[in-house]
Structures are given as structure tokens and as C-alpha cells.
Design a protein around this ligand. Structure first.
Ligand SMILES: NC(=O)c1ccc[n+]([C@@H]2O[C@H](COP(=O)([O-])OP(=O)(O)OC[C@H]3O[C@@H](n4cnc5c(N)ncnc54)[C@H](O)[C@@H]3O)[C@@H](O)[C@H]2O)c1
Length: 279
């Protein structure tokens, strides 16, 4: 057995009907022009940064966001760039809304090439002895289930076209066991598990699935810089700075949405200026 698939079956498929054509144009391979990419939680922060960056590369971006004001502002920014975009109000804690988000994408663009599961609903930090049921439920519902249901919703469309890119969002706090991050970290590590399993199960459908563990400036701006966590991060980061959502995290999302990432799957990419070198 190889990762749950009978070896014979795998090799028969590769020998007989391998679905991947060799590229002939290096520039096109690195391009996201014309690709239809859903970015959840793209009303602000890293999601917005990735949406703007992908749009500047010519991608058709679906802004999927639950806050109406953030949704409207993100769509306005994309439209100002001349991007072909669609705004969809969606709460990623509701499965029927996730399905509707993908249906709206197909209705508008006729396809979906990329899914970026960036949104996560946050709860206050809590030591493990005082994590509440409602805290863990919110992290699991928005992070783990939201990611899983969205992957399931895009899968048939990506499998049919034999091409797809899925990017999930992890965190160094899950990987390193950050104090106070029990419920959040548990959800982020579960997302990495889903990422690896989907990568294995869907590789032969032409779908690659990876995760990003970012470090980037948030909407809290300078007030976040007063925290002990921020001080520790900067001390540990060789580049001595947080990432910029658009210009530090966006390029990785671009690469992972392009054909250039075709031989990378199941991995977690630390986009953090070298702060966490764990692999
Ligand atoms: N910023 C960092 O340094 C950092 C570090 C590690 C991991 N992450 C991860 O990166 C991702 C983005 O983080 P960020 O800092 O940009 O967060 P953020 O809070 O600035 O943005 C999150 C966006 O998601 C939206 N959202 C939240 N819950 C939603 C829901 N239920 N349905 C739809 N939209 C929802 C919010 O309205 C917001 O627009 C998250 O998954 C986060 O856990 C961020």
C-alpha cells in the first residue's frame, strides 16, 4: 500500500493515463491570469492582501466575506484595479452558505481554479485549563469544518477539469504549541491534517493542496505591537519584521495558485521571515 492506495492501482494509472501535460511556456506556468480564485475572509488582512495581489496578476477573484462593510470595501478596491471580481457574503461556519459561495462562483465564471481557505473566526486567548466549549466550537466550526466543507464543495469542479489549487491556513502557534493558543492551535493543526490527506487523495485529480502559516500585520495595527507575543516574534525573526499581507504573503499565494506549484503538495509553507524554521 502507498498512502492508502494499492500500489498497482497507482502505477497502472500513471503508466496508462497520466493527466498532466508538460508546459511549454515558463511565463504562462507562473501566471495566474484568468484563474478563478475564491479567497475566504478577504475583506481585510491577509485575505485582502492576497486578493489584491492575485487580481493584479489578472486572476478573477471571489471575495468571500461575512462582514458587509468589509466585503463592499474589498470589492471596491478590486474594481478600482479593473479586476473581474465577485463579492459573496458568506459565513464559513454555515455549510449551506459555503455551497452557495461555490455555486455563485460557477454561475458567474463557469469554473473554479483556486480556493484559499483563509477566514477563521477568532476567540480570546485562553490558557488550556480555562478553554470553554464555545471557544473550541467556534475555532473548529470556522477553521476545521469551514475548510473541509469548502474543499468538498470545489472538489467536483476541480476534479472534472483535472486542475485545482487549494491553500489552507495554518499557524506557527499550532505547530509550536503557543501558550494561550490551545483551541486555536488545535484547529490549525487539524487543518494541516486535512491538507495532507486531501493532498494525497486528490493528487491524481490534478489538485494540489498546501497550507500557509503566515506572520503578517493585522487590522489591529500598531496596538498589536505592544504585546509580549509581538516582542518575542520580532526577537525570534531573522528579518526583524512582520510580513506585509499583500507583498509578503500574496506572492506565495500567487505561486501556489499557479501551474508552477504542480509538484508540491501536502506541505505547510512558513511565510514568516524565517521566524519558525522547523522543517
Ligand atoms: N496575521 C498573522 O500573523 C497570522 C498568523 C498565523 C495565522 N494566521 C491566519 O491567517 C488567516 C488570516 O489572518 P488575518 O490576520 O488576516 O485575520 P483578520 O482577522 O485580519 O481577517 C480575517 C478575515 O476573515 C473574516 N472572517 C472571520 N470569520 C469569518 C466567517 N465566519 N465567515 C467569513 N469570513 C470570516 C473577517 O471578517 C476578516 O475579514 C487566518 O486563518 C489566521 O488564523 C494569521
Amino acid at each position: 500500500m502507498l498512502g492508502g492506495t494499492a500500489l498497482n492501482e497507482t502505477w497502472t494509472y500513471i503508466d496508462g493515463d497520466y493527466p498532466l501535460a508538460m508546459p511549454t511556456d515558463a511565463g504562462a506556468m507562473h501566471s495566474v491570469a484568468g484563474k478563478v480564485v475564491i479567497v475566504t475572509g478577504s475583506g481585510r488582512g491577509i485575505g485582502l492582501g492576497m486578493a489584491l495581489h492575485l487580481a493584479k496578476g489578472g486572476a478573477k477573484v471571489v471575495v468571500a466575506e461575512w462582514k458587509q462593510d468589509l466585503l463592499a470595501s474589498a470589492v471596491a478596491q478590486l474594481e478600482a484595479l479593473g479586476a473581474d471580481c465577485l463579492g459573496v457574503a458568506v459565513n464559513i461556519m454555515e455549510r449551506d452558505q459555503i455551497d452557495a459561495m461555490v455555486t455563485a462562483t460557477i454561475e458567474r465564471f463557469g469554473r473554479v481554479d483556486g480556493l484559499i481557505n483563509n477566514a477563521q473566526t477568532f476567540r480570546p486567548l485562553a490558557e488550556i485549563k480555562s478553554v470553554t466549549e464555545s471557544d473550541i466550537d467556534v475555532f473548529i466550526q470556522s477553521g476545521v469544518k469551514g475548510t473541509l466543507w469548502a474543499m468538498q464543495a470545489v472538489y467536483p469542479h476541480m476534479a472534472e477539469q483535472k486542475w485545482g489549487r487549494i491553500i489552507n491556513f495554518a499557524s506557527s502557534m499550532g505547530i509550536t504549541g503557543g501558550a494561550g493558543f490551545a483551541a486555536y492551535g488545535a484547529s490549525k493543526e487539524a487543518i494541516r491534517a486535512l491538507t495532507r490527506t486531501a493532498a494525497r487523495e486528490w493528487a491524481m485529480d490534478g489538485i494540489v493542496v498546501n497550507a500557509i502559516a503566515p506572520a503578517a500585520a493585522t487590522h489591529k495595527g500598531d496596538s498589536a505591537k505592544q504585546s509580549e507575543g509581538y516582542r518575542q516574534f520580532i526577537e525570534n525573526c531573522p528579518m526583524r519584521r512582520q510580513g506585509d499581507p499583500e507583498w509578503d504573503i500574496g506572492p506565495l499565494a500567487w505561486f501556489l495558485c499557479s501551474d508552477a506549484s504542480r509538484y508540491l503538495t501536502g506541505h505547510t509553507f512558513m511565510a514568516d521571515g524565517g521566524a519558525f524554521m522547523w522543517a
